[in-house]
Design a protein around this ligand. Sequence first.
Ligand code: HEC
Length: 99
Amino acid sequence: MHTLLLLTLMMGTAAIADAADINKGALIYSVHCANCHGGSGAPVMPGSPNFQRGEKLLQADFALLASIRRGKNAMPAYMGLLRDQEIMDVVAYLRTLQR
Ligand code: HEC
């Protein structure tokens, strides 16, 4: 039981440890996120954070990954839709939107 859990954790970490690809993240963002979060990170849907101002981005990548996987209120969950690596690509892209 413990071995299985450890193995799962290790495999998960290995998948996420690959360097995030900002260009892939930008593409995924334009398809899945821009409708609500705006093409340049200024929110379109009321109540969504302003990424240009860095809102909600003062969190570790892992914390952002967790929120995006499970969704939040009006925001859908992306677990099963996007792989963790893809979410980490988007997180890397989110960090470029701040100005
Ligand atoms: C249907 C509209 C919608 C879509 C699509 C959407 N979001 Fe959101 N997102 C929201 C809203 C609304 C909030 C604010 C939720 C709240 O705090 O109540 C939010 C919050 C967030 C947050 C902040 C979470 C936190 O810690 O509070 C992040 C990060 C985020 N979205 C990233 C993304 C990414 C990346 C995508 C695409 C993969 C995406 N969102 C797609 C509407 C959306």
